[in-house]
Write a protein that binds this ligand. Structure first.
Ligand code: AMP
Length: 422
């Protein structure tokens, strides 16, 4: 039986990989321009971390984690998201004692056992940022400016930014009560999951994927009406900063992060027209997260963007700038017994920083020229008996088809000068 990549995973072949490289470069450059630095954490963590840092009642923890026992019977989990690992690293290295806020970005694969479809995979990639150690609403605004700047940098300005405030633990407690009162009389119309969770976590009913749940609780009380003065002021300032800087958004009463440690700002970003999975990213403030992971009380805010979905949007709307050609110079060898000379010349070119290649399958001269063209070579160096005897090489300009003799010594500067001017 042919072995294939596991369901929900896929290969990124070189023609696709160049798109990823371009996208990742835009992401890194933009985050660094905003003062965020890269963090790399392990691909697997102790399972307990995600129970605490993602939440016991979430779909991720209850249904989607790749959890396994290692040979020492430790329960480990392939990371389903990046925030909990960042909180763990911050606590483990006591970074909360240093300069705050800490501003990090990460990029890499995440793993969730979900039903695969377009835009949804079991191994997928996220770019995320986290800022720990400030409650300032202007930090919330910065995070949103960064999100929008990334989409602009990718050439995807047609997004929809949904925004809400989920308040603090106090105002949310009052809201929970109101919501349970509202839901109880219609609880039989909820989906099976929500019937179980609405008493423990009624906010999850608001972001349930089932339409019937939304219909059952239509005209539910809104979070925004339950915010305390501090939370209301925070939200007002975030919205004002966005408006002052020309960033469009829609206030969305149904957007919640149904977990205790999420606070204040919550957001999601959609790109319409890329299919059922139109959310390219989401995030918010999580002032209780570091504490739930076993650290001190330290506020934080962040977001994660799904890279597969960004690529879907790029493929649909804009494409990705054409990749650089593979090589600049091709060494064409005219006689088999000159292979060693060609190999030495090729190595010399590469040592001097020139991207170069040759044939390894004894192609004819014509076929070598074709290959050179396919690889995008701007110059071909022809190496035959005459050249070796005379101590020179013949350099062919692939654009003008002009050929000229260049002595061995002068070859590197000759090529460097021309390639610099390309
Ligand atoms: P979340 O961590 O669930 O808020 O997800 C943040 C973003 O990651 C989403 O908006 C998606 O773009 C992306 N994402 C989440 N789960 C998947 C998945 N299974 N496959 C592909 N992308 C995903």
């Amino acid at each position: 039986m042919q072995i294939k990549a596991p369901r929900g995973t896929y290969d990124i072949l070189p023609d696709e990989a160049v798109k990823w490289q371009w996208m990742e470069q835009v992401l890194r450059e933009t985050a660094e321009r905003f003062g965020y630095r890269e963090i790399r954490t392990p691909m697997f963590e102790h399972t307990e971390l995600f129970h605490r840092g993602v939440g016991e009642s979430t779909d991720i923890v209850t249904k989607e984690m790749y959890t396994f026992l290692d040979k020492s019977q430790r329960s480990l989990t392939l990371r389903p998201e990046g925030t909990a690992s960042c909180a763990r690293a911050l606590i483990e290295h006591s970074l909360y004692n240093g300069t705050l806020p800490i501003k990090w970005y990460y990029i890499g694969p995440m793993f969730r056992y979900d039903r695969p479809q377009t835009g949804r995979y079991r191994q997928f990639h996220q770019f995320g940022i986290e800022a720990f150690g400030s409650r300032s609403p202007y930090l919330d605004a910065e995070v949103l400016f960064l999100l929008v700047e990334i989409l602009k940098g990718l050439g995807l300005p047609a997004y929809e930014l949904h925004l809400n405030s989920v308040g603090c633990s106090q105002c949310r407690e009052e809201y929970r009560r109101k919501l349970i009162e509202h839901i109880t009389p219609v609880k039989d119309r909820l989906c099976a999951d929500c019937q179980v969770r609405y008493l423990q976590n009624p906010l999850r009913v608001l972001d349930c994927k089932e339409k019937s749940c939304h219909q059952a609780i239509a005209d539910h009380p809104t979070l925004i009406d339950s915010l305390c003065d501090d939370c209301r002021d925070h939200y007002t300032l975030v919205q004002k900063a966005l408006r002052d800087n020309g960033i469009e958004f829609v206030h969305d009463d149904n957007l919640v992060r149904g977990l205790d440690y999420y606070t204040n700002t919550a957001f999601e970003i959609h790109i319409p027209g890329i299919g059922a999975q139109s959310a390219v990213g989401g995030g918010g403030r999580y002032d209780g997260l570091v504490e739930s992971c076993g650290g001190p009380s330290l506020p934080g805010i962040g977001f994660a963007l799904g890279l597969e979905r960004l690529l879907l949007a790029l493929d649909k709307y804009k494409g990705v700038p054409p990749a650089e050609k593979q090589v600049n110079v091709f060494v064409a060898v005219m006689q088999d017994h000159l292979e060693d000379r060609a190999a030495a010349l090729l190595y010399r070119l590469r040592q001097q920083g020139i991207a170069a290649d040759k044939d390894y399958n004894q192609r004819s001269s014509r076929a070598q020229m074709k290959l050179a063209d396919k690889l995008g070579a701007k110059y071909v160096i022809l190496l035959g008996e005459d050249e070796v005897k005379g101590g020179f090489v013949t350099v062919r300009d692939m654009k003008t088809k002009e050929q000229r003799k260049v002595d061995q010594e002068g070859l590197i500067p000759f090529l460097q000068e021309r390639l610099d001017n390309c």
